[in-house]
Design a protein around this ligand. Structure first.
Ligand SMILES: *Cc1c(COP(=O)(O)O)cnc(C)c1O
Length: 458
């Protein structure tokens, strides 16, 4: 045992138990997911892919008993794949079933890797990609100048309008004039359900690849409370597996099209997208897959296919709406006026004259964890963001409901008022206010302890 590391892990367990995780991109996995991740599968090299026979859409679909027994010729570079092949096939078939896809690549190490592989599969250096403005809710991997992708491809941004919805007219105008190779709908801070049909219609006019990055809402899609872009003419959907989907830290790419052997170099057509993506993930952008994580993905997808997950997804949205309306009642201004998904973006500056960063730090003191977030009004280079972003996936996993959401919104009001009294961020640690924070912190811990983390994980 490595005493130092394990002591720190124990201390992190306590932090997770005693605090309330409001970061909308985090969650608590089950002990089954955790066990698969911590298994001997980490010892195995398995560059390449298993057979797609029996899990491609035109064959007898998703017979899990068969998948877990059958040993088929694979496309791997190493021997000893007998178990790994069957695990990865199981993960692929479950992902396809969850998201109505013709193909799934379960190997991306992260959401960022998944996006980069899709760009690499479809674009040449210099090609244009139309994606959401980072300051309006888009993600770093959608063209932020600090990324490698932005140095290779030419990103163009559309934004949101005053109602906090996508500015579809602007998107259409830019699509028609710039003729991007990819139109990307995806975001990390956007509270509406996109009109995928409308974007698909625009994309089809110019023959663009329609890509959705559903990293944040994949669990809501899996649970049937959010539209699935693949049901609305989109060709590719990328996602993380660790946010609302409640699986291990990782990425996933789902697509529509023909599934074929990854060994044949295909022509760049929309129909060939699945195979272009497989080749772009490996050997294009990654080496050996993390089969222990892929096993944990298979477990998480299995959990998401169960009826209980539908209920979970419904509760995430119900809780987010309850949180939003109580926050509004408590004097907070919300971006977009509320939420249709799992997250809420609060304009703290406009509400209480407090910066997002100061509010984040103050809430941290009482065990409420969230993050400061730029708002469209801040512009792209926001050093002092005006907002904070919070969401309900993790606290809903703990079993909290509307009553607890209201309590959290009330604590946020209390903390905002303390911040107003303190005035500036530098004085947050002033001894004068220690007691105020301590009082609320004790209440937060008390509530947290009433809603334990998933059994067997801490
Ligand atoms: C979280 C997120 C990602 C990146 O995922 P990582 O696993 O952190 O690389 C990509 N796109 C969107 C929209 C995200 O929210």
């Amino acid at each position: 045992m490595d005493d130092i590391v394990f002591k720190l892990i124990e201390s992190e367990k306590n932090r997770q138990k005693e605090g309330l995780e409001l970061i909308p991109s985090e969650n608590y996995v089950s002990s089954a997911v955790l066990s698969a991740m911590g298994s001997v599968l980490t010892n195995k090299y398995s560059e390449g892919y298993p057979s797609f026979k029996g899990i491609s859409p035109n064959e007898k679909l998703w017979d899990e008993a068969k998948i877990s027994e059958e040993i088929l010729p694979n496309y791997r570079y190493y021997g000893g794949q007998v178990n790994v092949d069957r695990i990865e096939r199981l993960a692929i078939s479950r992902a396809m079933k969850l998201f109505h896809a013709d193909h799934a690549n379960v190997q991306p190490h992260s959401g960022a890797n998944a996006n980069e592989a899709v760009y690499f599969a479809w674009c040449e250096p210099g090609d244009k990609i139309l994606a959401m403005n980072l300051a309006h809710g888009g993600h770093l991997t959608h063209g932020s100048p600090v990324t490698r992708s932005a140095k290779i491809y030419n990103f163009i941004a559309y934004g949101t309008n005053e109602d906090g919805d996508i500015d579809y007219d602007e998107l259409e105008r830019l699509a028609l004039s710039e003729k991007p190779k990819i139109i990307l709908v995806g975001y990390s801070a956007f509270m509406k359900v996109p009109d995928f049909d409308r974007v698909a219609k625009i994309g089809n006019k110019i023959g663009a690849l329609l890509m959705a990055d559903m990293a944040h809402v994949a669990g809501l899609i899996a649970g049937g409370v959010h539209e699935n872009p693949l049901d609305h003419g989109f060709h590719v959907m990328t996602t993380t597996t660790h946010k609302t989907l409640r699986g291990p830290r990782g990425g996933l790419i789902l697509s529509r099209g023909n599934v074929a052997s990854p060994l044949k170099k295909p022509e760049k057509t929309i129909e060939n997208i699945p195979i272009l993506i497989d080749r772009a993930v490996f050997p294009g952008t990654q080496g050996g897959p993390l089969e222990h994580v892929i096993a944990a993905k298979a477990v998480a997808f299995g959990e998401a296919l169960k009826p209980e997950f539908k209920e979970y997804a419904q509760n995430i949205v119900k809780n987010a709406k309850a949180l939003a309306s109580r926050l509004i009642k408590n004097g907070f201004v919300l971006q977009g006026g509320g939420t249709e998904n799992h997250l809420v973006l609060v304009n703290v500056k406009e509400s209480y004259g407090v910066s997002g960063k100061m509010f984040e730090k103050a809430l941290d003191k009482v065990g409420l964890t969230l993050n400061a977030n730029a708002l469209p009004c801040d512009g792209a280079a926001a050093f002092r963001p005006s907002g904070v972003r919070l969401g309900t996936p993790a606290i809903t996993t703990r079993g909290m409901g509307v009553h607890e959401m209201e309590q959290i919104a009330d604590w946020m009001k209390e903390i905002a008022e303390i911040c107003v009294e303190i005035g500036d961020e530098e004085s947050l640690d002033d001894k004068k206010y220690v007691k105020d924070f301590e009082t609320v912190h004790k209440e937060v811990v008390k509530l947290a302890m009433k809603f334990p983390l998933p059994k067997g994980t801490v």
